[in-house]
Design a protein around this ligand. Structure first.
Ligand SMILES: CC(C)(COP(=O)(O)OP(=O)(O)OC[C@H]1O[C@@H](n2cnc3c(N)ncnc32)[C@H](O)[C@@H]1OP(=O)(O)O)[C@@H](O)C(=O)NCCC(=O)NCCS
Length: 159
């Protein structure tokens, strides 16, 4: 009997032709619609790039996660990232974080910053295990769907 094909995760930098897929992944990851125009706005400043993660075996390949990042000189910023619910807890986000660090280094980045809501337990764990440490806090930074204001932690990794 044929052995089932092992699944693998691939992470690729994508150009604007694939931004509609990015918008779809964004919407599913955060459970709110994200029009293409929002991605275009986020990606408008210089130095931005985007990654899409695919979960694949020999039969299927499925886009399941994304990241948007920016490099300015030797400083990088993770603007947003997410994995769609059906593909969580399979190492997709960890793979994205490793690819992001490699690509940032390649662009001359030496440290990456990000912001995360204090209430986002899964993302805080992900960033800690990816080497990020807390370096600041922004009060009342996010407004959640229930209108509640939530602080953001600023985290940083040195590459
Ligand atoms: C946060 C998120 C990206 C994690 O994606 P993922 O592919 O499930 O993460 P991974 O499988 O690579 O997990 C890596 C580590 O993150 C942490 N983690 C992930 N999900 C977690 C959860 N629900 N609870 C606690 N820790 C979690 C764990 O440390 C995990 O390592 P482990 O599985 O060895 O314990 C995903 O839950 C998501 O898209 N959430 C909604 C969008 C979001 O919050 N984005 C970040 C905005 S700042």
């Amino acid at each position: 009997m044929k052995k089932p094909a092992a699944a693998r995760i691939t992470i690729n930098e994508v150009d604007r032709g694939l931004w509609p897929i990015l918008a779809e992944l964004f919407g599913q990851s955060f459970d709110e619609p994200w029009p293409l125009a929002s991605i275009e706005n986020l990606m408008a400043p210089t130095g931005c790039w985007a990654l899409i993660a695919e979960f694949a075996n020999d039969e299927i390949s499925y886009p399941c996660g994304f990241a948007l990042a920016r490099a300015v000189g030797d400083e990088g910023e993770l603007l947003s990232m997410g994995v769609i619910p059906e593909f969580r807890r399979r190492g997709v986000a960890s793979s994205i974080m490793k690819a992001l660090a490699r690509q940032a280094l390649h662009r001359g980045v030496r440290e990456i910053f990000l912001e995360v809501g204090v209430d986002n337990i899964s993302a805080k764990h992900l960033y800690s295990v990816s080497g990020y440490v807390e370096v600041g806090r922004r009060e009342n930074y996010y407004r959640r769907a229930n209108r509640e204001l939530v602080d953001a932690l600023v985290m940083k990794v040195v590459l």
